[in-house]
Design a protein around this ligand. Sequence first.
Ligand SMILES: NC(=O)C1=CN([C@@H]2O[C@H](COP(=O)(O)OP(=O)(O)OC[C@H]3O[C@@H](n4cnc5c(N)ncnc54)[C@H](O)[C@@H]3O)[C@@H](O)[C@H]2O)C=CC1
Ligand SMILES: O=C(CO)COP(=O)(O)O
Length: 334
Amino acid sequence: MTAHVGVFGAGSWGTAAAMILADAGCRVTLWARRPELAEAINESGTNPDYFPEFALPPGITATADPAEAAKDAEVAFLAVTAQTLRANLADWAPLLPPESVLVSLMKGVELGTAKLMSEVIADVADAGPERIAVVSGPNLAGEIVRRQPAASVVACKNLAVAERLQAACRTPYFRPYTNTDVIGCELGGAVKNVIALAVGIADGQKLGDNTKAALITRGLAETTRLGQAMGAEALTLAGLAGMGDLVATCSSPLSRNHTFGVNLGRGRTVPETAAITKQTAEGVTSCESVLDLARRHGVDMPITETVVDIVHGRKAPKEAVKELMSRTAKPELR
Ligand SMILES: NC(=O)C1=CN([C@@H]2O[C@H](COP(=O)(O)OP(=O)(O)OC[C@H]3O[C@@H](n4cnc5c(N)ncnc54)[C@H](O)[C@@H]3O)[C@@H](O)[C@H]2O)C=CC1
Ligand SMILES: O=C(CO)COP(=O)(O)O
């Protein structure tokens, strides 16, 4: 496939995704918000702000002009931060060809509306489900740019479109599977960031691997409850976009959500941690919208609720652990 693909967002994941797509044979135009970054990418053949030590493959051209990235793009990969998608896409959508497919790489839920990124895309770009897709899975950008083997999920309600995208981003080190369960894939990606914060908070208190395993497993249980209430398949959440991403994010020192949580667990506040880490940790913002979503669907998500309370300074990490442990006894499966 030698499609023209526009990648919108030249941060960590946008850059790594551009690399995958170019390695898979696509012609890629990478949109960067700052003209000086687009220029530096074109001049140096690297992304000096995010991955200065990795040469980008030929086939990637950077631009700060969204019209250039959108021109004749069969596919647009969207890789900005979740809360900025709506405003950005309102500018980009009119520039894209009417038949182009819009792919979300983001793992967040919109504040206020509690909408998933695919729903924001549907709202703003007025696109039908056959034009909206999601790529989600255990894909830490820092490993992808090293071309370390990874698997992922390409989800679209239209299987033929998912298969076309699968072919567009398949490389010897990146193995995408198809799925038609868009909601399940997106939810897996968004909620695992919240659970990774919880695991980080526990790790910051040196609570041990039993605690970590409990949080990951019960985190998956609450993600699955919400997913099923929203019409997702439980098996999607047991797959790469659910369990797979949870394992990677909750155990990797490369995870920004996990690292953010470690800092909170050590007693730092959110502003203190944000000042140190200076990186996007989607779970910090999206935990509140995930909880909002859970309440709208009448689903109990105790770990998410606890993370929201800690992030908003309403609960200290130590007290939160005690509270989680003293919840009423329950059957494991329900
Ligand atoms: N980094 C990773 O390993 C992965 C990240 N993701 C998801 O990808 C999304 C993007 O994250 P990263 O690239 O990692 O973050 P990043 O912090 O590395 O980059 C964020 C990008 O968004 C842009 N941006 C921020 N605010 C903006 C605004 N108001 N208007 C336009 N552009 C804006 C930045 O300029 C930058 O290009 C997140 O939802 C994240 O959860 C998903 C899989 C892997
Ligand atoms: O989504 C990711 C890996 O799949 C990246 O996780 P962080 O945003 O926590 O770094």
